[in-house]
Design a protein around this ligand. Sequence first.
Ligand SMILES: [Zn+2]
Ligand SMILES: [Zn+2]
Length: 385
Amino acid sequence: MNAVVYKGPHEVAVEEVDEPEIEHPNDVLIDITTTCICGSDLHMYEGRTAAEPGIVFGHENMGVVSEVGEAVSDLEVGDRVVAPFNVACGFCENCEDGYTGFCTNVNPGFAGGAYGYVAMGPYKGGQAEKLRIPYADFNALKLPEGDAHEDAFALLADIFPTGWHGTELANLEPGDSVAVYGAGPVGLMAAYSAKIKGAAEIYVVDRVPSRLDLAEEHCDATPINFEEGDPVEQIKDLHGGGVDKGVDAVGYQAVDPEKQADSAYDPARENPAVVINNLIRTVKPTGELGIPGLYVPEDPGAPDDMAAQGRLGIDFGLLFEKGQALGTGQCNVKSYNRELRDLIIEGRADPSWVVSHRVGLDEAPEMYEAFDNREEGVTKVLLEP
Ligand SMILES: [Zn+2]
Ligand SMILES: [Zn+2]
């Protein structure tokens, strides 16, 4: 079968790879109907992780069950399912507590597993024609038959729950004001989640006008372009002081508006602490910060030695002085995906507006390049094998 294979920095190829097989009685195989390119794939694509060539990418997967292991009890051939990007067992202590992003059984020596991702276990990615889903009764979420809401349901694998998680980490409540840094797919989903939850005011910070337009149009957000001035001052001027809650949907490869370089996303412009420090300044004393944006313990392409070890120059004294709380970590998709699915089925949410492209698997190399360049109008790319 064909799959998207990582070849080295800034290079992926569609190549023939072995088909997956049932390896354990609780596995299923699915024929992929939709798989997404994610911003976190770009960290590997850009050579900013320890990923080695040969990885099949793809952790945002949905499809139709084609084969069922003999111990699977709740799934049948033909079921339409979406898989959380986290692989989780369902019965370890963290899974029992709902922290399925930190399962201790699926990736020995580490808390958390995922499909097609460096250091996240032996699970092949789904940017391919077929995928094996382990612990399938637990991991595969059933969807209505047919092809309705295909784009929206595909977003249940990661970005809709992850955006929602950002607002949960910040304990966003109805009537709160919130600033979301980053209008990539996760930031847009965080702003959309804030709207669904009844936030009173939503500010979204980015530098790409088409992304800010989406935030304004679909999330009733106030767009803040950080290339046009200090985003903290812009938000405080508009709001009249610090906001209640903040979400970091950027992570460690953050552009520092104070730094100049030849191109917008040149690593020379990066400052991995800039978003967290801006959030500490943007959010009011005793406010809360949700940080689903990705940070890494080692960054081979870091702008300095400290950042290479995942150590950031955070203004912790100011955070303490303001009595702020922060929540971090990848999304426990299982905690939210069933309810978010039902919001989609009932027509109360439709996150599919974030999807800009649906293309064949063979177009993956050019779409990776366009997404990596944050080209205008390229927000979320879905692949259809
Ligand atoms: Zn993802
Ligand atoms: Zn577990």
